[in-house]
Structures are given as C-alpha cells and as structure tokens.
Design a protein around this ligand. Structure first.
Ligand code: AMP
Length: 282
C-alpha cells in the first residue's frame, strides 16, 4: 500500500489510473481508524478498482476551544489498519499542504448547516465542505463513502455535490456500533470509564423512541421529551440537542410521518457524542 502526502503526486498517480479505466473509491477520514471506518473501506473495496483513504485532521472544521490539539492521531497504525481493510492508497497531507500561506477559499452550504450540530458548532460544516471539496478535486473519486453516523454531514455533502455539479457518487454506509450499542467514534477514547458506561443511554433512548413510534406515537414533542428524560437519568450527560427532523430539509417536525431522522448530541464530561436513527412510517 502506498502513502502520499503531496497533492500533485497523488493527483498525477490517480490521473494515470483513471485514464486506464480504473474506478476510484474514496473514503475521507480524520484517522485513528476503527471498525466504522473499516466498513466504509470494505464497501469501497467491493465497488472500486482503487480504494483511496484520506487521513487528515482538518483544522478548519474545529471551532475555537474544541479538541483539535488532542484529537487522537496514529498514522502508522492507521496505515496497517487501512491496508488490512482493503485500501490501496493513503493520502495523508500536512496542514501546510492543504492550507498553504495565503489560503482564503471556503465552501459553505447555507440553511442545512444552521441547525442541529451547526447551532453549537457554527463553523464546523464550512470546514467539512471545504476540505471535502478540496479532497474531491485532488482525488476525483467516482464514488465517495460516508457514514450515517454523521447524519447531518451526509445531507450537507449531498447538497454540496448537487449544488456544485460535482461528479462523485455519494454512498452512505450504516452506523457501526459496539455490542452495547455505543456508536463507534475516534472520540470514544476520551471517555472515562463512568462516562463510557453511561453513554450507552444514547442508542438505548433512540431505540426506545423507535419502539414508541412502532407502537403508534406520532407526536414528535412527546417522543423527544421521552428521549430527554431517559438521557437525563445519567448524571454525566449534558444534552446539546434532541431533534426529530425531515431527512432532506432538516426541518424540525411536529408529527411523525414518512421518513424521519431522530438525531442527538450529548456531552459526557468534556466529550461531545452524536448518534441518530432513521425511522420510516407508513
Ligand atoms: P471521521 O474520521 O470521524 O471524520 O469519520 C470518517 C468517516 O467515517 C465519516 O464518513 C464518518 O461518518 C464515518 N464513521 C465514523 N464513525 C462511524 C461509525 N460508527 N459507523 C459508520 N461510519 C462511521
């Protein structure tokens, strides 16, 4: 497996491969790879000739006072892990390579980024769309793989791809969870033992909400209040938001109808976790 750090080098390498008709599958990540990332790489492996994984802790998607400095990094282990999962190439650029002196261009999706996570992280999605747009220009993937774990990110990126007439197909992969339900995340390493135990409440509360809907509850407020009550029973949990929204517009819903997204963000001590489920109703 090859690792590139230079933009021109990987661009030229992939240009040659594309000329010969190879299908490029791309998995963008911030590294510290786990089974969630693995599922994306494996899916890309099934559907592409060349699988590229980017590993870049993107500074522009972290707000002031967020965890950019302490975000876990382990490139050597990631290289082994990605190769094992089926990657052909790693692209691991430096910050200076991606944002050289004089850099001043950003890609911003408007309304979709103002709600849910965008409320408490107002500059986050602008960083995400900027880096993904840059990575798409560098890699020119035929298909790019994203996790449903970051539900809003998926919707924002699909919007950007449509609005800017980008060529890549966006493939969404299901959330990979620990046995006890906690969604895998590189940030889970921050959790203390107590917080880790209490964090299972997130998937529990979402499943509880699904049960309520299956049993006929259609009032979104009632469901959200139930989720909040369950989460509040955990002393370390601090709710950022619990929302029930339309899966395309991200508008908050009053009634459960059609395909809906239940999304939440909760802080356990200093660690902000997100989780979500999609529920389809007749
Ligand atoms: P990250 O390195 O956290 O930026 O994530 C890179 C990609 O992996 C994103 O598309 C995430 O949505 C996806 N991902 C992260 N965790 C999971 C998970 N538990 N299940 C599925 N996909 C995930």
């Amino acid at each position: 497996m090859l690792t590139f750090t230079n933009i021109d080098e990987i661009k030229n390498y992939l240009k040659e491969k594309k000329k010969r008709g190879n299908v490029i599958g791309f998995v963008p990540t911030m590294g510290y790879l786990h089974k969630g990332h693995q599922s994306l790489i494996e899916r890309a492996r099934q559907e592409s000739d060349i699988v590229v994984v980017s590993i870049f802790v993107n500074p522009t998607q972290f707000g002031v006072g967020e965890d950019f400095d302490k975000y876990p990094r382990d490139l050597v282990n990631d290289q082994l892990f990605a190769a094992e999962a089926g990657a052909d190439l790693i692209f691991a650029p430096s910050i200076a390579e991606m944002y050289p002196n004089g850099y001043q261009t950003y890609v911003e999706v408007n309304h979709l980024t103002k709600t849910l996570c965008g409320k408490s992280r107002p500059t986050h999605f602008r960083g995400v769309t900027t880096v993904v747009a840059k990575l798409f220009n560098i890699i020119s993937p035929d298909k790019a793989y994203f996790g449903q774990k970051d539900a809003q990110q998926v919707i924002v990126i699909k919007r950007m791809v449509k609005d800017l007439n980008m060529e890549s197909d966006i493939v969404i992969c299901p959330i990979i969870r620990e046995i006890d339900g906690l969604a895998l995340s590189s940030r889970n390493v921050y959790l203390t033992k107590e917080a880790r135990e209490q964090a299972t409440v997130l998937s529990y509360s979402l499943n509880y909400a699904r049960e309520m809907i299956n049993k006929g509850e259609r009032d979104a407020e009632v469901i959200k209040n139930n989720i909040k009550q369950i989460i509040k029973q955990k002393p370390l949990a601090n709710i950022d938001y619990v929302s029930i929204v339309d899966t395309e517009t991200l508008f908050e819903l009053e009634q459960i109808k059609g395909t809906i997204l239940i999304a939440l963000a909760v802080k356990f001590e200093e660690t902000r976790l997100i989780d979500n489920i999609i529920v389809e109703v007749e």
